[in-house]
Write a new protein. Sequence first.
Length: 473
Amino acid sequence: MKIYTTAKNKKIFSQILIFVFWIGFWQCAAMLIDKPLLLPSPIETLQALIRLAGKRDFYLNIGFTFMRCIISMVLAFGLGMIFSWCAYKNKLIRGFLNFPVGFFKAVPVMAIIIYVILLAPADSVAVIVCFFMCFPVVYTNILEGFDSMDNQLLELAKIYEVTGMNRFRYIYIPGVMVQIKAAIKLIAGLSWKAVVAAEVLSIPKYSLGYQMMNAKYYLETDFLFVYIFVIVTFSLAVEKAIKTVINRWDFRAYDYSKIVKGLKSNPGYESKVPCEVNIRHLSKDFDGKGVLDDVNIQFKKGEVTAIVGPSGQGKTTLVRIIAGLEKQKSGMVEKGPMRTSYLFQEDRLIPWLNVFDNIAFGIVSMEDDIEKKVVSIADMLEISDVLWKLPGELSGGMRHRVALGRTFICESSLLILDEPFRGLDEDLKGRIIKRLWKRVTCDKTVLLITHNRNDADRLSDRVIEYEDFRAQN
């Protein structure tokens, strides 16, 4: 604490020294020129500020300029967010918006001001101009964020039937938070420049820009300096305030559940019974290279089927097609209405959700006993002591157990497990299997992909060598 306080005091002292230096430089320059009409001194500028501070109109000018900045920023951000989402979802909308967004990014602000003055009342010009300058910044930044969304997390949401506002809340908004923060920071500075420039030409009754113009006309340079000082001060203060607020949006560990807190918006749970999965003449290739060729196999209802084979032979591609995450080139996948739970090769933990919520994500569409179920499964996986930590704070083994918890907690009818016990030592794996295996596989159609033949023989009802797929009917 003492070290932190000393460093902070040094920083403040250095900032004061820099400020004093530039005030001194200004004073020296004013004395050297000795023409207040060209460069008033700091004392003369301060005296002008004191005179203006006693006038009601001074505060009205500040208030109206500030209000125009805030209104235009809110409009630009809100509509930029909406249209970027629409463009992300619809290529036609994206194509339609490409021209106007590109145009307003390239056109000089003065050209926009001159034209808007012909169309709008003086009090509205600055808001309209600022909106047109800020909207492209918000739109392009946030659209870039949507375009770079982690597809693995979107697949995760699809598997666990996280839709609507829940998907927006837990995946999309946190996923583009970096771009949202960047857009807000950019328009916080841009808005003041655009608004004041528009006020200078549109001459609204109350505005800092118009008062700057008046000060110039009447050669009141000290007043001109006051208005410049006020504009710069408010601009920096607003930017600082906004940065302080949005910096608090960084992802931090939290000691509660966002998912449980938001349950009132969930649609409820609809159970689905297990049924057979029939694969008929299934083929798939990537870039012309065949991965699956005329695969025929049946996975029986309520049976654990282990698929054993070397890497790179298409086992994961097969189960991704079954889960609806890949499209086959030809053939059929016949299955009933199934709820699927899928343990991916990657842990696919959501970095901004704590361990509790990453596990609860598997049952986010349910409304009953979430807390009890998460605590129970975490206890059996021996991760109860890290429930409020973020994934980035965990070891690789713990991260994998969180992924297991999310997979096992889902009341699915089809359970797909891709190397479920990788990275776990034998003792821990044995304890987890003893506590959970029969419970999580009971009455489910289970597909177990593994390289470990011992696990396949011990945990499954049927073992299939991958090379035997063609022989299955």
